[in-house]
Write a protein that binds this ligand. Structure first.
Ligand SMILES: NC(=O)c1ccc[n+]([C@@H]2O[C@H](COP(=O)([O-])OP(=O)(O)OC[C@H]3O[C@@H](n4cnc5c(N)ncnc54)[C@H](OP(=O)(O)O)[C@@H]3O)[C@@H](O)[C@H]2O)c1
Length: 214
């Protein structure tokens, strides 16, 4: 994110990381069973979510897409270097879209939803049955809110990139409703501070402390 806490600008430009940080990101991908993103990130960035900048295995790609908005032309659908699993709501009436995704070789898992929201605790249990026991959630902010809301995050990593982006409608790392009072805020412990080889970015690794009432 930028130093002023944005992961994408108001026009959704998100080209923040230096090449060294990109390599760290790819190494992180390679060390997890799956990389997870929200539907809007696929729609806006059209990412491949594969490991290309370091040597290592491609994780599975998991897309959280309640309304099944990702296009069939998106690279997570057309690219065959890694398996893609789309998680969506069972009550959406897009059976043709599901059939087209299946035909394209994408796995589709359906879940009962409340107000279009998949319960990510249930989703993680299903992913575990698929052999996925470690995940790297790359964003965006809306999806990360749901992971934090349900206390599903063990480690939170942030790279601070040397930009000020501004904009109240720019995207921040954690969106959603947000936590209200101090007692609800997620507590973090700083584990590592890594100054990037480019000299101008810093990578922060935090452990998430369990809430007092958990
Ligand atoms: N700088 C970075 O490191 C970085 C990383 C990733 C993304 N980004 C940027 O972040 C922006 C996108 O972030 P965002 O916060 O707008 O969107 P997002 O989190 O990528 O996607 C949000 C959408 O995903 C679906 N979704 C998320 N959680 C869900 C759940 N529990 N159940 C069902 N569906 C769920 C919903 O789709 P429906 O509304 O259709 O149900 C929701 O609208 C892009 O501009 C991208 O460039 C930046």
């Amino acid at each position: 994110m930028s130093v002023d806490g944005k992961i994408a600008s108001v026009v959704r430009d998100s080209r923040l990381s230096c090449p060294f940080d990109k390599r760290r990101q790819h190494a992180l991908r390679a060390s997890h069973d799956a990389v997870v993103v929200g539907a809007s990130t696929v729609l806006i960035d059209d990412p491949l979510l594969t490991v290309r900048l370091v040597k290592g295995p491609n994780p599975k790609r998991v897309i959280i897409d309640g309304r099944l908005r990702i296009p069939l032309s998106s690279r997570v659908v057309t690219n065959k270097d890694a398996e893609t699993i789309v998680l969506t709501c069972s009550d959406n009436s897009k059976s043709e879209k599901i059939a087209a995704l299946l035909k394209a070789g994408v796995r589709v898992l359906t879940f009962p939803c409340v107000n279009g929201i998949i319960n990510l605790s249930e989703a993680l249990l299903s992913l575990r049955e698929e052999g996925i026991s470690s995940i790297l959630v790359e964003g965006g902010g809306e999806l990360l809110w749901h992971f934090f809301r349900l206390s599903l995050v063990d480690e939170f990593r942030v790279t601070l990139s040397p930009y000020v982006i501004g904009g109240r409608d720019a995207v921040t790392p954690v969106e959603g409703h947000g936590f209200g009072t101090f007692s609800e805020w997620v507590r973090l412990r700083l584990i590592h501070v890594i100054r990037c080889e480019c000299g101008n970015e810093v990578h922060l690794v935090y452990r998430v402390l369990r809430p007092l009432n958990a």
